[in-house]
Ligand binder design. Structure first.
Ligand code: IPE
Ligand code: IPE
Ligand code: MG
Length: 266
């Protein structure tokens, strides 16, 4: 019951009492960007930004869970991020190991279940082990799903879905006439998040206003919020502000807004 949670845990803490529980986004996806610039601004190595960014993942996960969010998807490593210097990539591959070692007990306490999208088979063995252990240890949690996008790229995901559908057509498992939006979605990595596979709200930090190959199919009707805050500076208050911005949007899904008391069929 998130209305109770709102009252008990977060009321007045970050202005969350202004949030309308009935308009809470069920699935929030975040492009956590700006770690490198945060560090550079402080004359620190880029990896210092990633370290601080990991702390923020913990804080924001708890805040989102307390607010009653059902799915929090965090873009942690893209299929394009392999282009970075080896030292930075290695550091990023160690982060899930540190993160899960430290935070799995906290996640369990918050009833948070870990899920991953992306091709984890290309990650170093130690990273795969940390991820798989976290998934296993939290598998019975019934609260929010903390969904990490790790070695994730939306185009790879879509091409993979097309390949599998083509194979299923070739073996007679799928009739081409059956292929519709719902069937296609069921071949995407976000299928395990159903009925909340598509984000209601997509947030990108750091001032960049692009998608960088993230959830291209799934965000067809998401509300987009771009904030200038660098991810290592992102606070629960920023999350509440971004959700408030979301709640002020008029989501029409291609229809028209019907004012109260007005007949829709007129
Ligand atoms: C986001 O921060 C983290 C990852 C992409 C892994 P960046 O590392 O992209 O930080 P900036 O954009 O260079 O500041
Ligand atoms: C997107 O950020 C990927 C993640 C946050 C993991 P990038 O920093 O890699 O994206 P670009 O290069 O600015 O588009
Ligand atoms: Mg970046």
């Amino acid at each position: 019951m998130f209305s109770k949670k709102l009252k008990n845990n977060t009321k007045n803490q970050f202005g969350s009492d202004q949030l309308q529980p009935e308009l809470m986004p069920k699935h929030i996806a975040i492009i956590m960007d700006g770690n490198g610039r945060w560090a550079q601004k402080r004359h620190l190595p880029r990896v210092a930004g990633h370290k601080q960014g990991m702390e923020v993942v913990e804080t924001i996960t708890k805040a989102a869970s307390d607010l009653g969010v059902k799915v929090l998807t965090l873009y942690a490593f893209s299929t394009e991020n392999w282009k970075r210097p080896a030292g930075e990539v290695n550091y990023l591959m160690d982060l899930p190991v540190t993160f899960f070692n430290r935070f799995v007990p906290e996640l369990i306490k918050h009833d948070v279940r870990v899920n991953v999208i992306g091709d984890t088979s290309k990650l170093p063995q130690k990273t795969q082990t940390a991820v798989n252990n976290a998934i296993e240890q939290t598998k019975d949690c019934q609260g929010m799903v903390l969904n990490f996008a790790l070695n994730y790229g939306s185009r790879t995901e879509i091409v993979g879905a097309v390949q599998t559908i083509a194979q299923d057509v070739a073996t007679g498992k799928v009739d081409p006439a059956q292929i519709d939006e719902q069937l296609f979605s069921s071949y995407l990595m976000t299928d395990s998040l159903q009925p909340n596979g598509d984000p209601d709200l997509l947030i990108r930090t750091s001032g960049e206003q692009r998608l960088s190959n993230f959830l291209l199919w799934q965000i067809a009707y998401s509300e987009l919020v771009f904030t200038d805050v660098y991810w290592p500076d992102y606070q629960p208050q920023n999350l509440v502000d971004d959700i408030l911005a979301f709640q002020q949007r008029d989501r029409r899904f291609g229809g028209i807004q019907v004012k109260e008391g007005e007949n829709k069929n007129k």
